[in-house]
Design a protein around this ligand. Structure first.
Ligand SMILES: *Cc1c(COP(=O)(O)O)cnc(C)c1O
Length: 369
């Protein structure tokens, strides 16, 4: 009986660094400081250094990172924020939590990323002054064309907050995703390329004033203890998760190289198959958070693989504008809707062996195409 192959395997990542992670947890347990202590301060510095940006502020999760970034930048009720509908609802719920209204733009059929032609058209045709910000989602680990987006942002005076929750290590023209926008939001949910063993997130950026605002917002708006300067809330990243992330960060680059190898094996072996394979745009380095193929026979292929013990993910089966909480019957995003019906994530995580990858390839090819 073949062992199960999972779409992601945070337990394997834990086991690969078990002695170090256990020691880090023990260190925190014995320190007596569990919230906003030395581990989070160290992690913020180490993560910002790894990213190549001046600052990072740890928060409770990626959704909060997006919301607090928007609020820190002054986005709120009456404002509109443009994003895509093929994302986790977190992107959109963060916009709602800030008080702003989401506006959806369709995606580019080749990359499934925010279509910048469609965005430019929206901006020039509507000239809606309430559009204040854009959240590009670096979906699956491929970054949006940030030089072009930052050009549009400068021209239309827009704030850019990168949703970098799937892009720990993605590059555009040699520069990391998460260093381009006015602010960026990261999630360290356990299955992300850099994952905690619980919830965690961070806001990164260059502007110390904006980052200080995030710092206030994450803890009751406190500048001084018990004195709230802003109506903040609690979105703290705890010491245990920060200590775990410090260990995981030391392995991130190596794990991303392994992800790249696996993606290369899939791309080579499946290029003659009827699947539509992921396309990496010119000048982009993909961090392969997900390896997403497309086929109109997605459900059949998924069931076939499951029978063989190979479990695939679907990101995302229902676009945000077709979900009950955000339903908008008048809105049509044909590329987004078609993609949601066809996408399938083949298993890809650093814990896969070459034999596992070969087994996935064999079973994809053994499907009755
Ligand atoms: C994971 C993810 C989020 C949300 O992060 P959480 O830590 O789960 O709140 C936001 N956007 C994208 C694109 C994600 O993949």
């Amino acid at each position: 009986m073949n062992l199960k192959i999972l779409p992601a395997d945070p337990r394997a990542s834990y086991l690969a660094a078990r002695a170090e992670i256990d020691a880090a947890i023990q260190r925190v347990m014995l320190s007596g400081q569990y919230i906003l202590g030395p581990e989070i301060a160290a992690f913020e510095k180490e993560f910002a250094d790894w990213l190549g940006t001046p600052g990072a502020v740890g928060v409770a999760n990626g959704t909060d990172a997006l919301e607090l970034a928007l609020r820190a930048a002054g986005i709120g009720p009456g404002d509109k924020v443009v994003t895509v509908a093929n994302t986790v609802t977190a992107t959109v719920s963060a916009i709602g939590a800030s008080g702003a209204t989401p506006v959806f733009v369709d995606v580019d059929p080749a990359t499934l990323l925010l279509n910048l032609d469609a965005l430019e058209k929206l901006l020039t045709e509507t000239r809606d002054p309430r559009i204040k910000a854009v959240i590009p989602v670096h979906l699956y680990g491929q970054a949006v064309d940030m030089p072009r987006l930052m050009g549009l942002a400068a021209k239309h005076r827009l704030l850019i907050i990168e949703d970098s929750a799937q892009a720990h290590g993605s590059l555009v023209g040699g520069r990391k995703a998460g260093t381009w926008g006015h602010l960026a939001a990261f999630s360290f949910y356990p299955t992300k390329n850099l994952g905690a063993l619980g919830d965690a997130g961070a806001v990164t950026g260059r502007d110390p004033v904006l980052l200080d605002q995030v710092r206030l917002l994450r803890q009751y708006g406190w500048h001084k203890r018990y004195v709230s300067d802003l109506p903040g809330r609690n979105s703290r990243l705890d010491e245990i998760q920060a200590a775990i992330l410090r260990v995981r960060l030391t392995r991130l680059d190596t794990e991303n190289v392994r992800r790249q190898e696996i993606a290369g094996q899939y791309l080579d072996a499946l290029k003659g198959s009827p699947l539509r394979l992921p396309q990496v745009a010119e000048g982009r380095t993909h961090c392969w958070h997900q390896f997403v193929v497309r086929t109109p026979r997605r459900e059949e292929l998924r069931a076939h693989l499951e029978k063989k013990g190979i479990h695939c993910g679907v990101l995302y089966p229902v676009p945000v504008h077709r979900q009950p909480a955000y339903h908008d019957a008048s809105l049509h995003l044909p590329q987004t809707e078609q993609a949601c019906a066809e996408v399938l994530s083949l298993p890809l995580h650093p814990g896969l062996t070459n034999d596992d990858v070969a087994r996935v390839i064999r079973e994809v090819l053994s499907f009755g195409w």
